[in-house]
Design a protein around this ligand. Structure first.
Ligand code: GLN
Length: 241
């Protein structure tokens, strides 16, 4: 049962180091879509050295520069077992770009040592000489067309898992196999910044409903008036690549 004493808990990984292109807005979006429905929610930021909360309903992590990824590497590895257990148990999550890469096995930047990941996702990333940058739209059933902005040197290759979607316009995971992101159990990795969730309400509500129903299988989400969100998505999808 979700009450003020036991609110839905969103764990926000490394908001100081990993927050590019408005990624923090995804947490604000999840929080507001719960508040609009009168569902108690709390957001717990986790920085390096912070205690891991006893209970987590949704995991979120944003993007970051190579230097930021290096700074959190050791702390993230120390949380690896706990995060893997949460995702394997079906906890919903969304990780963007830099943390998407570090939820895989490793990210090998153009310069410097490989940055080790925590191996939640069967995926590996290696930087390319050019950056994959621009507006991007993917076809991501059952969420429909999903649109955002990408800017990454990393080329991510999935190792047996399904992508979040297929690139309609833009580059995606590696600019070659037309895949974008990853869907592993209830956790989603993606290169789409923007932030992605405010303009893609079906994706936001998937994370929320999954978390709610893990607490109460009979839970449902009251529909919201998403006309503004849909208009924003259409407008973003019309932007040049
Ligand atoms: N530093 C990583 C790369 O360049 C991730 C970038 C990001 O999070 N936008 O691929």
């Amino acid at each position: 049962m979700i009450t003020k004493d036991h609110p839905l808990t969103i764990l926000h990984l490394y908001p100081r180091e990993m927050n590019l292109y408005g990624d923090h807005g995804n947490v604000l979006c999840l929080r507001r879509r719960l508040e609009w429905r009168g569902i108690p929610v709390r957001v717990v930021p986790l920085e390096r050295g912070d205690p891991f909360p006893d209970h987590v309903d949704i995991l979120f992590g944003g993007g970051g520069q190579d230097s930021g990824q290096s700074r959190i590497e050791k702390d993230l590895l120390s949380r690896g077992e706990r995060i893997r257990a949460l995702i394997e148990d079906g906890t919903p999550g969304l990780v963007i770009c830099g943390l998407y890469q570090l939820f895989g096995r490793e990210f090998i930047p153009l310069e410097g040592d490989p940055i080790r990941g925590i191996g939640v996702f069967p995926a590996c990333t290696k930087a390319g000489k050019s950056r994959l940058v621009g507006n991007i739209t993917i076809d991501a059933p059952p969420f429909g067309p999903v649109t955002g902005f990408e800017n990454h040197s990393g080329r991510t290759f999935l190792e047996g898992a399904s992508p979040l979607g297929i690139v309609v316009r833009g580059k995606g995971n590696n600019g070659r196999d037309k895949g974008e992101g990853i869907r592993y159990r209830n956790c989603i990795g993606t290169y789409l910044h923007g932030p992605i969730l405010p303009k893609n309400p079906a994706l936001a509500d998937f994370l929320l409903l999954t978390a709610l129903q893990r607490r109460d299988p009979s839970a449902s989400l009251v529909p919201l008036d998403d006309r503004a969100e849909e208009a924003a998505r259409k407008s973003a999808a019309a932007r040049p690549v």
